[in-house]
Structure formats: C-alpha cells, structure tokens
Design a protein around this ligand. Structure first.
Ligand code: NDP
Length: 449
C-alpha cells in the first residue's frame, strides 16, 4: 500500500496535462487529474479549435467572390452568428467528451475541482474541501489572457475567452495587440463583415516573425480593408451611450462597438499555492523547469504554457509525453524545442519554421535567401491580386535550409511538411533534386533558383 493517495496528481486537464496523465496511467501509475473549468484546456475549449472553426466561417465571404469568378452564381447570402456559435459549441462539447472518455479509458480519475498545493506532496481540492496526497505532482495549468491594467477603461474590453461566446456579432471592433491572436481575430471579424481596426504598439505586427511575412501580412490586411495602425497606443477606453470610444495616446479617437485585447497571455500560477511547495517562478511568473520539465522541487514537474517555453499545443503535448516517459517509464526524454513549425491563421495565412532571415544572418553570417512571390492559381480568374510569398533561408557554408516562411493559402499545411525536411537538416541541393508537383503552390519551394 502506497503512502500516498496517488502516484501522480496532475493539475490542469489541458493538452499537456491530459497527455501526461494518460501515458503515466498506461505505464501503471495511479493517476488523478484536477480541472476547474472544462477538460480539454485552452486549445480545445477556447483556443485553437474554436478559433480555426471561426477562421473557416470567415473565409466564406472571400470564397463566394472566388466562386463567382469560376462561373457560380452564389446569389444573396446571409450569415447567422448564433448558428455558428451553437454549431461550434456542439463540436467543442463532442471533443470535451472524447477527452473525458480517453482519460477514463486509460484509468485516470478526473476530479472536477480547483486544486491548490499545500506542500510538495499535498494538494487541497477547493470545492470538495478535501486534502489528497501524491508522490509526484505535475502542474499543467496553462496561461490566461493578459490585459494591461494601466489603461483606463480596459476593463470594458473582452479577450479571446469572451470572443467565443459573444451573444451578437458587433458591427465594429477594435483589436489591440499585434501577435498571433490579434491578427487571427482581426481576420475572423473582418471576414464576417465586421468593420475592424487593429492597433499595435510597435512599428510592425508579429514581432519575432520574418520581416517579409510581417510586412506582407500587414499590407495584405490593409488591402483587404482592415484598419491596421502601428505605433498605436491606447490611452483610454470609455463607454458612451452603448458605444466605445478608444482614445489613442497621440490624440486620435476611434468609435467602436467592442474592444478586444489580445496583448499576450500570462502563466496560470497565481493562487495555486506554489510557494507553499517551494516552487521557483521566473520573472514572468512562469514555473522554472529543467530539460525534463522538473521544477526545483524533486517530485514536482510542470509542462505547457505555465512554463512559458514555446507556447503551442503540440509542444505541451510533447512535453507531457516526455515527462511521463521519463518519470513513469524510467526512460529520460527531453523535448527539442528547436525548429518547431507554426502557423498563424491570419488571412492570408502564415506558416513558418526555423530561423528568420535576421536570426540566420546573426547565427551563420553568410546566408542565401530565396524568395518567390506569385498569384495563387485559385485567384487568377478573380479580381483578387493578393500575392503568395515563399522564402527559404539557406546557410551558405553547409547549404542547409535553416528557415522557411510562407504567406498564402495553406501556408500552415505546407510548412508542417517542410518542417520534417528542416528537422532532417535537408540542404538546398536536396530541395533542388526534388521534382516539383505541378500545378501546386508548394512546388515553388523546389524550383527556387
Ligand atoms: P503574443 O505574445 O503573440 O502577442 C502579444 C501582442 O500583444 C504583441 O503584439 C505585444 O506587443 C502586444 N502587447 C503585449 N503587452 C502589451 C501592452 N501592455 N500594450 C499593448 N500591447 C501589448 O500573444 P497572443 O496573446 O497573441 O498569443 C499568446 C500565445 O498563444 C502566442 O505566443 C502563441 O504562442 C499562442 N498562440 C498560437 C497560435 C497559433 O499557433 N496559431 C494562435 C494563438 C495563440 P510586442 O510585440 O511589442 O511585445
């Protein structure tokens, strides 16, 4: 009989926590996972999955224009926001049930409650007012939207959490931020017919991405009709007769119906009792971990966004799996966080893997840059003259492709596969001896000279 109630207690049933729980249970551990909201976590419940459904929904306005160029008479169409929300909710419920079923099938006990740590082996279940103990504890509580507190009226603003449950679609919206969520939601709202402004504090959106993609996306968004403003700092938000007045630091005002903040996410560590277990946090409030996701306390681990390494769902899943393999299968596995492909589901879409041109220049000195810009074939019969952009960054000395950046239809799908080549350290010569698949957009990647 173990001296603890559980071999593993996981706090948070999101992507990382669920994967770790199931794998640890499959290795024979007695596992419980606590979740205070809904099993599935941010990605499934109010992140990647519902977001992508919204992106699909918002694409149909453009698809109709393209359809007309191919001879279709699409007639007059209308959009029903409440139907989208209801259908989206149905799908999220379905996925939530699958996650629950999978956990149960693996023998994991699901505890629907908030869990707070009392010491390195003890957890308090808040609603149940119950103490439990565990040999190993995994913190996988994710992150939560951050809204700057120093902007008067920012409390009137919504975040992505609320955007998934709006009762009505606003006629006008101001999105604040220039990262993944801001550009994705600006595209969603615009595609659904909402008059959209995007306010970003810096000189160009998507800091950290390759400059050609940043410039290309900003220009494309503006051309599509989004009011993209850079070097734009919000001074104050006021609610006046049911409208919102957004006043910028340097004077201009925007009247809108709704303001959405997408100004980053912060690790969910507050109020978790981590200090009572002696767990160290970094300056951003994230849990500090080693390569095996172990905290400074021997039996406590953390995975996913709460550790603020690379905040992407598949990374959390991989970290959760590596943790379970290391601790419960006696096989130390660390996660390689380099060259992770990612997409921004903006409109047009971005896909990227490896180093930006700037990073590659800094790391390798001499590089070759291959660029191609062309009109996607699907658009050639229409008036849409938005260009697709492809870019390969090659280290001159080794001929290795160290970065690939794409803007345009299916950029994410393409880059996922290029990611394999980059991970395998493919050279430009490898790309060149690959025969093109014609006619496709991706063939550009093997025909760039
Ligand atoms: P990001 O970190 O991507 O972007 C935050 C944005 O907010 C930046 O433009 C930042 O500006 C700006 N910002 C930060 N603080 C302030 C402030 N006080 N005032 C004004 N602007 C501010 O965060 P997101 O919220 O967009 O997304 C969170 C994370 O979720 C991402 O990092 C990503 O890892 C993940 N994600 C991934 C997606 C995907 O894979 N497709 C989709 C959505 C999210 P600056 O650049 O100047 O700091």
């Amino acid at each position: 009989m173990s001296e603890y109630d559980y071999d593993l207690f996981v706090i948070g049933a999101g992507s990382g926590g669920v994967r770790a729980s199931r794998m640890a249970a499959q290795h024979g551990a007695k596992v419980a996972v606590a979740e205070e909201f809904r099993v599935g976590g941010t990605c499934v419940i109010r992140g990647c999955v519902p977001k992508k459904l919204f992106v699909y929904a918002s694409h149909f306005s453009e698809e109709q224009e393209i359809a007309a160029s191919f001879g279709w008479d699409v007639g007059k169409s209308t959009f029903d926001w409440s139907k989208l929300i209801a259908n989206k909710d149905k799908e999220i419920d379905r996925l939530n049930q699958i996650y629950i079923k999978n956990l149960e099938a693996s023998g994991v006990e699901i505890i629907q409650d908030r869990a707070e740590m009392r010491d390195a082996n003890t957890v308090f279940l808040v609603d149940q007012n119950r103490i439990i103990t565990a040999r190993t504890i995994l913190v996988a509580t994710g992150a939560t939207p951050f809204v700057p507190h120093n902007v008067p009226g920012a409390a009137f603003a919504i975040t992505s959490n609320e955007a998934f449950h709006l009762e009505t679609l606003p006629k006008r919206i101001v999105v604040v931020g220039g990262g993944y969520i801001a550009v994705e939601f600006a595209g969603i709202f615009h595609g659904l017919g909402v008059e959209t402004s995007l306010l970003y504090r810096g000189p160009q959106i998507l800091r950290g991405f390759d400059d050609d993609l940043r410039d290309g996306l900003a220009a494309a968004m503006i051309k599509r009709g989004i009011d993209v403003r850079t070097n734009a700092n919000v001074g104050e938000i006021q609610e006046i007769d049911g409208e919102c007045k957004v006043t910028m630091h340097d004077g201009p005002e925007i009247m809108t119906d709704l303001v959405m903040y997408a100004t980053g996410r912060i690790p969910n560590t507050a109020g978790l009792g981590l200090e009572s277990a002696g767990i160290e946090l970094d300056g951003a409030g994230a849990i500090k971990v080693d390569a095996y996701s172990k905290t400074n306390v021997d039996n406590i681990y953390a995975v996913g966004d709460v550790t603020n390494r690379v905040n992407l769902t598949p990374v959390a899943i991989r970290e959760g799996a590596a943790f379970a393999e290391t601790v419960f299968n006696n096989n130390p596995v660390s996660v390689d966080h380099s060259d992770i492909a990612s997409a921004v589901f903006s409109q047009p879409e971005l896909g990227t893997v490896g180093l930006t041109e700037e990073q590659a220049r800094e790391k390798y000195g001499e590089i070759d840059v291959y660029k191609s810009s062309f009109r996607p074939m699907k658009h050639v019969l229409s008036d849409i003259d938005e260009k697709m952009l492809m870019k390969l960054i090659v280290d001159k000395a080794s001929d290795r492709v160290v970065g690939c950046h794409i803007m345009g239809p299916d950029a994410g799908e393409i880059v996922q596969v290029v990611g394999i080549a980059v991970k395998m350290k493919a050279t430009k010569a490898d790309f060149d001896r690959t025969i093109a698949l014609h006619p496709s957009a991706a063939e550009e990647l093997v025909t760039m000279r």
